[in-house]
Design a protein. Structure first.
Lengths: 338, 277
């Protein structure tokens, strides 16, 4: 975009007026400067997001095995969508995804909100930081490492979880409470279709509750003392202070945290992948999430076209879920009604 | 007795918090312990809940089943280079949006907001193909380059610029004859160090822990990063769990140590979206 591309007829005037040439150059430079600065985003966005996005629309109407090269691409119309929508694995994976999103999502917040409130209202300074920081650690740990650790904890015969449950059931006092353990042993946390999903959900809850606690702590810290004092003067009980004063004040934080949970949980991949050792979603595909299924179709079965169709179905899914969440909680969550 | 009753809520609350903390740290303690036991000790019943004496054996075994230090080096390289480039790119873009008014700015800004809404899963397949076309398949750049100028990072830094840099300062730099790039590099960057640090921390953690991207773009074992290599150990016959747990533990140490020193910054950085609203 330099002046060397100026058309011929203009060149004469520029020769006669070098001052003007310099000023147009300066204008061009001035115009280009901001684009130069934002060029990394523009280039990387086009190459790695925009192009893939458009190409995936195209691809979802093609049948294609990437190993065979580009020329093997073949237009198949809506066949991929039809194939995906009639594949029982897709429906299974969508069901599992929603199940996991709900069961591993809701407890995170039901735990994190009261814990954060406790921490902010009753624990001071350094000790509070110690608590929140410790609970935050799982969030910065790699999901693969976490899942590998839980894989060994859940191990059927020698996993510490089963062994400790067994030990508890043998203790004199607790035995009546844990008597079911003896009959249930060995509990197949990861190799029975009933327990696989709850086991995965427990890992997700363990990993992300701390993050939510930190978010909600930040939220409760924004509520000023005066509000509580005013509520106390009005005769509010502790519970009422929490329910009617603190909770409404942190709505934007709840909205933010829940949004993250929804988006993250609907794309759950690493936990189920590692906990099922990457083998087709575990027993009876009960650990097969949508992303996991997408990965299998694209990279194990090498059906890129079908995988592209599935990713659009999945996108629709995420869009609807977030849309519903925004519709019901958005305005309140963003505090526009205040 | 009455005094005790009065304190009961407080006591039970602390008990609850302490139990939560114990549950949180238990897996970390567990993995550290398992790294010091042999396979047969781990599979004895009940499994040992103390530190064993097989650390060195496990270490040797670990080096047997995976080139641990090479892979750790790969992870470090990906994370460090990726973080440096991301911080550079994002701050450049943020400066472009902050310092200039230009036609099309709002359009690009809108695109940026929209790009945050695109779930990564959606572009995964064509993204893989793009990487393949560009000849980046099986290179480390394919892991860090795609998100090196991401909307989140640009927003984070631009926001900080808006609150901490006055327009007068930019004008003054211009009057002094500083070029645009010089203004950005020597005037603006030093003033936004905290934001750069925050973005750096967040990016480093994300790259260090990344699994899905390496899984689809990296194929040769000598280019594996830690997450990928550790996961692949699951398929080793007669998995030597002591060694695997040791490797897992070692892979977590860098971030845990960093967290020990920078917990405040890391927590603030990773929850920045919530607090800034």
């Amino acid at each position: 975009m330099t002046l060397t591309t100026t058309p011929n007829e203009e060149r004469g005037t520029q020769m006669r007026a070098p001052a003007r040439r310099r000023s147009t150059l300066r204008i061009w430079k001035k115009r280009l400067m901001p684009w130069l600065f934002i060029s990394p985003f523009i280039i990387l966005f086009m190459v790695f997001t925009l192009f893939p996005l458009l190409f995936s629309i195209y691809l979802s109407f093609q049948e294609w095995n990437p190993v065979a090269g580009l020329s093997s691409m073949e237009y198949v119309g809506l066949y991929n969508y039809q194939l995906a929508l009639t594949d029982p694995w897709l429906w299974k994976s969508l069901y599992n995804t929603v199940w996991l999103a709900v069961v591993s999502g809701i407890p995170q917040h039901l735990l994190a909100i009261p814990v954060a409130y406790m921490l902010v209202s009753a624990v001071r300074g350094r000790l509070r930081h110690l608590y929140t920081a410790t609970m935050f650690i799982p969030f910065i740990t790699s999901t693969v490492a976490v899942a590998l650790i839980f894989f060994s904890i859940y191990s059927t015969n020698a996993g510490i979880l089963n062994q400790w449950l067994l030990a508890l059931s043998n203790l004199p006092v607790l035995s009546w409470f844990f008597s079911w353990v003896q009959d249930a042993m060995p509990i197949r946390w990861l190799t029975s279709s009933d327990l696989l999903k709850p086991s995965i959900a427990m890992v997700v809850i363990w990993k992300y509750t701390g993050f939510n606690i930190v978010v909600y702590s930040a939220g409760f810290l924004t509520v000023s003392r005066d509000l509580y004092d005013a509520a106390k003067v009005d005769g509010c009980s502790r519970w009422q202070q929490f329910w009617h004063v603190a909770l409404p004040m942190i709505r934007p934080f709840i909205f933010f945290a829940v949004t993250l949970t929804i988006i993250g949980n609907l794309q759950l991949f690493e936990e189920p992948y590692v906990l099922t050792q990457g083998e087709s979603g575990g027993v009876a595909q009960s650990g097969l999430t949508a992303s996991y299924y997408l990965y299998l179709v694209g990279w194990q079965w090498l059906e890129m076209g079908a995988a592209a169709a599935i990713s659009w179905i999945l996108f629709l899914f995420i869009a609807i879920a977030t849309g519903v969440h925004f519709y019901f909680n958005g305005r309140k969550g963003l505090g526009e009604d205040r | 007795m009455k005094a005790l009753m009065k304190r009961l809520p407080k006591i039970s609350m602390h008990a609850f918090l302490i139990v939560s903390v114990l549950i949180t740290i238990f897996p970390f303690v567990w993995v550290a312990m398992m790294g010091t036991h042999s396979r047969s000790e781990i599979f004895s019943s009940p499994p040992p809940f103390y530190f064993g004496s097989r650390l060195l054996e496990n270490y040797e075994k670990l080096l047997d089943i995976m080139p641990f230090w090479l892979v750790l080096g790969n992870s470090l390289m990906v994370s460090i280079i990726g973080t440096a480039v991301t911080v550079l790119f994002c701050s450049m873009c943020a400066y472009g949006f902050f310092a200039y008014e230009f036609r099309g700015k709002n359009v690009v800004f809108g695109v940026m907001v929209a790009s945050m809404m695109v779930p990564p899963v959606l572009t995964l397949i064509p993204f893989f193909l793009t990487v393949k076309f560009l000849g980046l398949l099986d290179t480390h750049a394919a892991i860090w380059l795609p998100l090196a100028a991401n909307a989140m990072g640009i927003f984070l830094i631009r926001q900080y610029m808006v609150t901490s840099i006055s327009r007068d300062l930019l004008d003054a730099a211009k009057v002094d004859g500083a070029s645009d790039f010089r203004t950005y590099w020597t005037v603006v960057l030093p003033l936004i160090k905290p934001a750069l640090a925050t973005l750096g921390i967040v990016t480093f953690i994300a790259l260090w822990n990344n699994f899905l991207l390496p899984l689809i773009v990296i194929s040769s074992p000598d280019k594996y990063v830690l997450t990928l290599a550790l996961r692949s150990l699951q398929s080793v016959a007669n998995t030597p769990w002591g060694a695997v747990m040791l490797g897992t533990f070692l892979s977590m140490i860098p971030l845990l140590v960093a967290f020990l020193f920078f917990s405040k910054q890391m927590m603030a950085g990773l929850t920045a979206g919530a607090v800034k609203g």
